[in-house]
Design a protein around this ligand. Structure first.
Ligand code: HEM
Length: 295
């Protein structure tokens, strides 16, 4: 039986990434964790341009096949699982014949769909990946006296990339009302809400930068980063957990990711931001109430 070594490499990379997160939390320094996350993201996304969407989607589904089939016999199905023609929608060969039904529909949409749809997907993945990488660069190198102009220029390019990435996502999602395996209209509206969260936080970042409100600009850019992280990473990590847990309800796990990933990302980013502001508040200010009490 086929062993999908590439998928095993992704699992190993994700495990190492989790370790880097723990180390980052302990040291209060996240650069290595963030950098490694970008490498994994590029490894997943560049495949679309090298192999074409059907093969890259089969790889993507292969990541979930292992979890969604946990505890089930080889031929044993579930309401949220489906089979695909010639079992071509996975990289696991005959090892798994049942796949998440959204995955089967996703593969079919790009194997048998029009070239225009594929071009929309290429544009979405390409430009959102560029915006994602640039966002990290900007956060790690904020605009200060020496590099203000460069920061502004990269910010403009990044916003343009995001606009193209989000616009094509909204277009792709507009087709989902007829894709029952995604959740139909609920999936379409959910993807639109995800786009709204991402784009609205980015626009607030741009507006505050234009007005010269530096502190507000940083706040909104951290929220934007949370929404981007949510729509990419939280979305995909949630599916690993909710896929097997909710396989008795078709579309439940995908709809949860679609609706919750971006707002959850914003909430988590906000939590980190507030915590780091508190931690960096002057010690005198933190101790003030105690000294008052002590008097
Ligand atoms: C702005 C929020 C986002 C929305 C609304 C969105 C929406 C979508 C939609 C509608 C699809 C195609 C599903 C189909 O038509 O069958 C898709 C796929 C995809 N998107 Fe996004 N997306 C967003 C954010 C991102 C980000 C930030 C990235 C990359 C950094 C990204 C990368 C991908 C990839 C790689 C796929 C293919 C599936 C996979 O292999 O993961 N998306 N997205």
């Amino acid at each position: 039986m086929t062993i999908a070594y590439d998928v095993l490499v992704v699992y190993a990379a994700l495990a190492l990434w989790a370790v880097l997160l723990v180390v980052g939390v302990r040291k209060q320094s996240y650069q290595t964790f963030l950098g490694f996350g970008i490498v994994i993201l590029l490894f997943l996304n560049i495949r679309y341009f090298i192999e074409g969407p059907p093969a890259a989607i089969a790889f993507f589904i292969g990541i979930y096949d292992v979890f969604d089939n946990l505890g089930l016999g080889r031929e044993e199905g579930a309401p949220a699982l489906a089979q695909c023609v010639d079992n071509a929608c996975t990289v696991w060969g005959d090892r798994f014949v049942n796949h998440p039904s959204w995955g089967v529909a996703f593969h079919d949409r790009f194997l048998n769909g029009p070239q225009f749809r594929t071009n929309l997907l290429y544009t979405h993945i390409g430009f959102n990946s560029i915006a994602f990488v640039m966002m990290h660069y900007q956060l790690l190198r904020p605009g200060r006296a020496g590099n203000r102009q460069r920061h502004a220029l990269i910010g403009r390019i990044s916003f343009l990339a995001l606009t193209l990435g989000v616009f094509t996502a909204v277009w792709l999602a507009a087709e989902h009302h007829s894709v029952g395996e995604y959740g139909g209209t609920a999936a379409m509206l959910g993807f639109w809400s995800m786009a709204a969260f991402v784009y609205a936080t980015a626009i607030m970042g741009v507006r505050t930068a234009r007005r010269g409100q530096v502190a507000e600009h940083r706040k909104w850019m951290i929220r934007y980063a949370g929404s981007m992280w949510g729509s990419f990473w939280i979305f995909r990590v949630m599916l690993v957990v909710t896929g097997p847990l909710l396989r008795n309800w078709e579309t439940a796990s995908l709809l949860l990711s679609i609706w919750l990933s971006a707002p959850l990302g914003i909430l988590i980013a906000e939590w980190f931001r507030v915590r780091s502001v508190r931690n960096s508040a002057p010690i005198v200010a933190k101790r003030a109430p105690m000294s008052v009490a002590g008097r």
